[in-house]
Design a protein around this ligand. Structure first.
Ligand code: NAP
Ligand code: MG
Length: 477
């Protein structure tokens, strides 16, 4: 199997300026899939030059023309969706169902922003004191640097590329070094769809800090859109400060999953299967702290554990596998640590909890109950297939506990009383709420967090604003 494994700059594939490469591993068997060119700071400058040369032409196309190109990219993506999903599994490890789910989600950002490209609103007003006219419209913000994580190798890229292109901005994508192949494989699709050379450039690099800093120090770069850890996001905000580069940050999460005493227990257990096990828990949206009302705890844990026990673990390329390997040894070892730490502090192991002795970064679906407050898995992102369950009796307390984190990405809440559900939702300090749903991600919805989970929104109408600048013209007639 051949892979796109070079830098893509100004519509051409090239080696890194110093000839450097890095390896990409298959997490299912730890073998090397291929090597990929590792971009340098000189290559980063070449990307900006290419984007700069392409900017005016791209921004001058009519919104309809940009929309049609994105629509074509969506259609070409769908034609190749099985191959793209396989590539996701190969480099990330996730099971086939998760990979095809991601691929569809990823493609939808091209379709959604094909439709949004022609719906960029402005408004007209009148100055109260003078009667002068206030004309407000949106302009493309400029060259945008997009930095993406390994957990959704396709979707975290398209969720940025779609709105940036719709808005008229050229981009440079810096994919995660664990999983650069999927994003590289999307370049021929974009090119065939009619994206001109230089509008989308991709810079895989092992020296991510150096190449991204180099780009942010160039005054031509106007937007940095990052998805990844809060720790790296903070560094990028510091780097963006020097040139006042517009930041969009999708950072970490620590999602509570609250099951009230009047919840539909079966539906809540199904919802938790999605909120916990989609992408085998390697998601910023993954349910990390599970709070079940004391009165229904035994029934809930029994139903949920049975569903978890039915999942089949194995190499994600095999058709009936639900749970693939984690992305790398570090992630797997961290998950193993969280489980042993919780058990040593008094948690009860209901299911799983034993790392299999086989090649690949596997860890089985695991359920912990009675997790004590001081267990590390409650304050850190688990990022793996481990459900950490606590109980509660008082609703006010569980909301306070849910809010007692520096994160604020997503919270899940199950109750049959919609009025209570809405009023508790409002009290939760999170950018997104799954009310009787274990899944909030949708291209048409504004995805994003509050507090240290981020700045800005991706998807929906809001997603395009990250790549636009508002201009106001004062005039009179
Ligand atoms: P990460 O370590 O922060 O890396 C994310 C990206 O940043 C990668 O491309 C990485 O490149 C790059 N990077 C690392 N250090 C950098 C630096 N000093 N300067 C510039 N770029 C740098 O995150 P991850 O481990 O890939 O992903 C897991 C994290 O992402 C979790 O915290 C998760 O919650 C978060 N996440 C958030 C969302 C959301 O929408 N809120 C979605 C998915 C994931 P290299 O790969 O080369 O290091
Ligand atoms: Mg990393």
């Amino acid at each position: 199997m051949g892979f796109m494994n070079k830098l893509y700059i100004g519509g051409e594939w090239r080696e890194a300026s110093d000839g450097g490469t890095f390896e990409v591993l298959n997490p299912a068997d730890e073998s090397v899939i291929t090597t990929v060119s590792s971009g340098t700071t000189d290559d980063a400058v070449a990307c900006i030059n290419a984007a700069d040369a392409a900017f005016d032409g791209w921004a001058a196309l009519s919104p309809r023309e940009r929309g049609e190109i994105l629509r074509k990219a969506y259609e070409l993506f769908i034609k190749q969706i099985d191959d793209i999903a396989q590539l996701i599994t190969l480099e990330n490890g996730k099971a086939g169902g998760d990979a095809i789910g991601e691929a569809r989600y990823a493609a939808e950002f091209f379709r959604w922003y094909a439709e949004e490209a022609v719906r960029s609103d402005g408004h007209l007003g009148m100055a109260p004191a003078t009667g002068a006219r206030i004309l407000v419209h949106q302009k493309p913000a400029g060259i945008s640097v997009l930095v993406t994580p390994w957990n959704y190798p396709a979707a975290m890229g398209t969720r940025k590329i779609g709105p940036a292109l719709a808005a008229g901005c050229p981009v440079i994508v810096k994919p995660a070094s664990e999983t650069p192949l999927t994003m590289l494989a999307l370049m021929p699709i974009l090119s065939e769809a009619g994206v001109p050379p230089g509008v989308v450039n991709i810079l895989p690099s092992r020296s991510s800090g150096a190449v991204v800093s180099k780009m942010l120090s160039d005054p031509r770069v106007r937007v940095v859109s990052f998805t990844g850890s809060t720790e790296v996001g903070r560094k990028l905000l510091h780097a963006a400060a020097d040139n006042i580069v517009k930041p969009a940050m999708e950072l970490g999460g620590n999602a509570p999953f609250i099951v009230c005493k009047d919840a539909d227990i079966e539906a809540a257990a199904d919802g938790l299967m999605v909120a916990k096990m989609r992408n085998l828990g390697e998601a910023c949206t993954a349910a990390n702290r599970i709070y079940v009302h004391e009165s229904i705890k035994d029934k809930f844990i029994a139903i949920f554990s049975k569903k978890m026990a039915a999942l089949k673990m194995g190499n994600g390329v095999e058709p009936d596998v639900d749970v693939g390997p984690l992305v790398n040894a570090e992630t797997r070892d961290k998950v193993e640590y969280f489980v042993s730490d919780a058990i040593s502090k008094g948690a009860k192991l209901e299911l799983g909890g034993v790392k299999p002795n086989i090649p690949g970064f596997f860890y089985p679906p695991t359920v912990l109950s009675n997790v004590p407050d001081d267990a590390d898995c409650l304050s850190d992102e688990i990022f793996g297939p481990v459900a950490a369950i606590q109980t509660f009796t008082d609703e006010k307390e569980v909301i306070e506990k849910s809010n007692s984190t520096e994160y604020g990405l997503v919270a899940y809440l199950y109750t049959e009383d919609v009025r209570r559900g809405l009023s508790l939702s409002e009290k939760l300090e999170f950018g997104m709420i799954g009310l009787n749903r274990g899944l909030v991600s949708d291209p048409a919805a504004p995805f994003g967090g509050v507090k240290q989970s981020g700045l800005g929104r991706e998807g929906g109408k809001e997603g395009m604003l990250e790549f636009q600048e508002t201009q106001y013209i004062s005039t009179e007639w």
